[in-house]
Design a protein around this ligand. Structure first.
Ligand SMILES: *[C@@H]1O[C@H](CO)[C@@H](O)[C@H](O)[C@H]1NC(C)=O
Ligand SMILES: *[C@@H]1O[C@H](CO)[C@@H](O)[C@H](O)[C@H]1NC(C)=O
Length: 439
């Protein structure tokens, strides 16, 4: 294991170097456009309450043509529904440019002023509570636009008299993450106590499990503080670095733990086979890539420049990791089945076999739930309930941790525990039956 901890240390350094230039951005974002000829550019989306506001500052505007038709250039806010209506209008030929539609909420039209603007500053009140996307449209053919766009979106919170920089529906995330942090803290304390009580039968992997729980708790604490800081100030300020560091450590340790348990390390055998080490060698670097992709997606916003590429990278790497961790479990199940046939202790082997099968199913369900169901939930729920996705994911994760801890807990060896002949025969029978059906 020594070689793994060494390589993950240098990996953190590498990750930190990657992170540092980008950490200043958060809900207050800046984007630079350089010779961009896209006809519609989405920037960011935000859930407004009845007292929302958007401040937009654009500087260093320049065009590739001297006198473009300024009425065909502008910034606006648009909801998903109004975008559908607008698309219909465009398709029917009723309008030629999104800026002509009555369904949008204009923010700035470039023909507002008589001369071509170089810089401008606008502040728009939003009083219809909804999820809006900030967009820019350029309906002049072949016109390339360059500019620096800086924007802030927030809601005034009448209860506190303060500004909330987190989108409506996400403002409860800090408290939710903090509550989960407390749960994991309790879980960690309970696990440490369990290890202490069973210190004679504890394996190395049980201490590893403790570190996974502690890292998860720290990750949640940083996420809570990060989100709360964004809610208060609009930027993440340092907490996000800690959050990413702990996310990264948590991701690596969790996947390593699943692989180690899957191989039966500590439980079935004290060493790892070469092919099992190879799985770890694949999963750990993939986790690094996945974390870098996650950071890139978060920092550039949902419509950032390369965010689509990063999303694809993240999805691919995530799928590869999830598949890779299943192999050791499958190998263990195969080995246990063979062992059950070979030696006389059919009942003990059958028990282990059942446990590993259960674990296999739980790992698949956990992966499926956190990747597919949670994503679906985020898509179908209204923006006001955007916290339900993260809550469902955290609950599933908690259930997974509890299941893993419970099933692979240190067990007290009972010298008087003996399997009687009847049980042994029943187990042998069960294995034989299973053989016939090749289940
Ligand atoms: C947004 O603009 C308004 C009006 O110019 C100003 O009063 C307010 O302080 C600005 N808000 C932020 C967060 O910059
Ligand atoms: C942040 O979100 C919480 C939860 O809704 C809210 O109570 C708080 O006032 C918000 N704003 C700030 C500035 O903390």
């Amino acid at each position: 294991m020594a070689c793994f901890s060494h390589s993950s240390f240098s990996v953190i350094h590498f990750l930190l170097l990657l992170l540092l230039p980008t950490i200043t951005l958060a809900e207050i974002r800046s984007t630079e456009l350089r010779s961009d000829s896209r006809s519609t550019i989405p920037f960011d989306e935000f859930g407004f309450t009845h007292s929302g506001r958007l401040n937009l500052t654009v500087t260093e505007i320049s065009f590739s043509k001297p006198q473009p038709d300024l009425s065909r250039l502008g910034f606006y806010l648009c909801t998903l529904d109004s975008w559908a209506q607008l698309a219909e209008q465009l398709q029917d030929g009723d309008i030629q440019c999104p800026l002509q539609s009555q369904h949008i909420k204009p923010v700035f039209k470039f023909d507002q002023n008589p001369s071509i603007p170089k810089n401008f500053d606008v502040s728009v009140k939003v009083s219809d509570a909804n999820l809006f996307t900030l967009l820019f449209s350029n309906c002049v053919p072949d016109l390339e636009v360059s500019m620096n766009v800086h924007y802030v979106m927030y809601n005034f919170n009448p209860k506190t008299g303060l500004l909330d920089y987190l989108s409506a529906g996400k403002t409860s995330l800090p408290i939710i993450y903090f509550l989960f942090f407390l749960v994991y803290l309790a879980l960690g304390a309970f696990w440490a106590y369990t290890l202490y009580r069973n210190r004679l039968t504890v394996y190395k992997i049980h201490f590893f499990m403790l570190s996974v729980v502690v890292l998860k708790a720290l990750n949640l604490l940083c996420e809570a503080e990060d989100k709360s800081y964004i809610n208060r100030t609009g930027s993440a300020h340092g907490w996000d670095v800690l959050f990413y560091v702990f996310s990264f450590l948590k991701g690596i340790t969790l996947f390593t733990l699943i692989v180690l348990i899957g191989t039966g390390w500590s439980f079935l055998k004290p060493y790892l086979q070469d092919k099992e080490k190879k799985v770890l060698m694949i999963v750990i670097p993939l986790q690094v890539v996945s974390n870098v992709a996650q950071v890139a997606i978060d920092e550039t916003g949902p419509f950032g420049h390369d965010s689509n590429t990063w999303k694809k990278v993240f999805l691919l790497v995530d799928i590869l990791c999830c598949c890779a961790v299943l192999f050791p479990i499958i190998w263990s199940i195969k080995n246990l089945r063979e062992a059950a046939k070979m030696d006389g202790k059919a009942a003990v082997n059958l028990m282990k076999l059942t446990l590993f099968r259960q674990y296999y199913i739980i790992v698949i369900s956990y992966i499926y739930f956190t990747r597919v169901v949670v994503h679906g939930l985020e898509i179908i729920t209204s923006y006001k309930f955007q916290w339900t996705g993260p809550v469902a994911a955290e609950l599933a994760t908690l259930a997974f941790y509890v299941f893993t801890g419970y099933n692979f807990r240190p067990k007290v060896h009972n010298p008087y525990f003996a399997i009687d002949d009847e049980e042994e025969e029943a187990a042998a029978e069960a294995l034989k039956l299973e053989d016939e059906f090749e289940l």
